[in-house]
Design a protein around this ligand. Structure first.
Ligand SMILES: [Ca+2]
Ligand SMILES: [Ca+2]
Ligand SMILES: [Ca+2]
Ligand SMILES: [Ca+2]
Length: 336
């Protein structure tokens, strides 16, 4: 079967210029990692299609600090949460821009937030986790999720959801929203999150502890491979060598198998940490299941880095195979 397919592919590529697409058997020809940072607010895009020959370009924004980057390849729409303006800022038609190009804000959200961090997108909904204290008492943990809708070049605040824990990373699995419980080793989920349409305080549907993590911060879920990855910044004051990430296969059944308030045992996970990893404060993570690559925004080590890991399934003190300096890196988003 394979040889028949290859023969057909070789024939078919002789009469057009799509040979790369055909021979790659459906693999995308472009894999890009979008990154934000809190040093100058610009967006750096790494072309990781060929992992042995990574190139990058930086697009200049008017923000000087940003988080929660996102890219919609279908509509060539780029977005980040400006920590300068405290609102979402979107840019159309950026894919062909060259490095050093200055971006004009095409979609300017209202400046509703206080400390925007991770962004999670579901259809026309854009959710931002804000980690500012809500009730004026920093001793009581809380946070706020801002739910926006996008219609053309307009972003509108629909409602805000106050949580009873501190926020940072968020990610959707269909309509369920996973959120790290910042300052702890816990993971929370809000089932059917977007059905909560009013300003309200909402309890998580379920919270579990993730054994082996000290303080989680970033997370990503890949539904196609059922993989969850959580980062561990451990002590925030150590930005150099106490961080790590946990790779959790068959995540859905493992998560469902832990009762609310229970613990997912470290034996059910793979932990990557140690001085060779360059993980001190890994604040965000993205995952490419097809190449089993973990991409990390590292905010601390060396002043900030974009790292990539593969061959990590055994866990341990593994050196990244991609290591690019990016001052105060804050978020990563993989686009294929
Ligand atoms: Ca703005
Ligand atoms: Ca509080
Ligand atoms: Ca740390
Ligand atoms: Ca992210």
């Amino acid at each position: 079967m394979l040889s028949l397919f290859v023969s057909a592919a070789l024939v078919s590529c002789s009469d057009d210029d799509n040979d790369a697409i055909v021979i790659n058997d459906g693999e995308p020809t472009s894999v890009k990692l979008y990154t934000s940072n809190n040093a100058d607010g610009n967006i750096t895009v790494y072309d990781v299609t060929d992992q042995s020959a990574v190139t990058s370009k930086t697009l200049i924004t008017t923000s000087i600090a940003a988080d929660g980057v996102y890219y919609d390849a279908t509509n060539d729409f780029l977005l980040q949460a400006s920590r300068t303006d405290l609102g979402l800022e979107g840019y159309n038609n950026t894919s062909s821009l060259v490095s050093g190009a200055t971006l004009t804000v095409d979609v300017d959200g209202t400046n509703d937030m206080q400390s925007p961090r991770e962004v999670a997108v579901n259809g026309n909904f854009i959710v931002v986790a804000d980690n500012a204290d809500v009730d004026g008492d920093p001793l009581t943990p809380d946070g706020r999720l801002y739910v926006y809708t996008k219609d053309g070049n307009t972003i509108t605040l629909r409602n805000t959801i106050t949580t009873s824990f501190k926020l940072w990373g968020i990610t959707f699995d269909n309509n369920n929203l996973y959120a790290v419980v910042d300052a702890t080793n816990e993971l929370a989920v809000f089932s059917d999150f977007l059905s909560n349409t009013t300003d309200m305080t909402l309890a998580a549907t379920k919270r579990i502890a993730v054994e082996g993590i000290v303080r989680t911060h970033g997370l990503t879920f890949d539904a196609s491979s059922d993989v969850m990855i959580l980062t561990d910044i451990a002590d925030a004051a150590n930005g150099q060598d106490d961080g790590g990430f946990h790779y959790i296969q068959n995540f859905t059944s493992k998560f469902n198998g832990v009762a609310n308030g229970g613990t997912l045992e470290v034996s059910q996970q793979v932990r990557v940490s140690g001085a060779s990893t360059l993980l001190g404060n890994p604040v965000d993570v993205a995952y490419d299941a097809s190449t089993q690559t973990v991409y990390i925004a590292e905010a601390g080590n060396g002043g900030g880095r974009i790292l990539a890991f593969n061959n990590f399934e055994a866990g341990g003190n593994i050196a990244p195979f991609i290591n690019n300096s990016l001052a105060a890196a804050s978020a990563v988003y993989l686009s294929k």
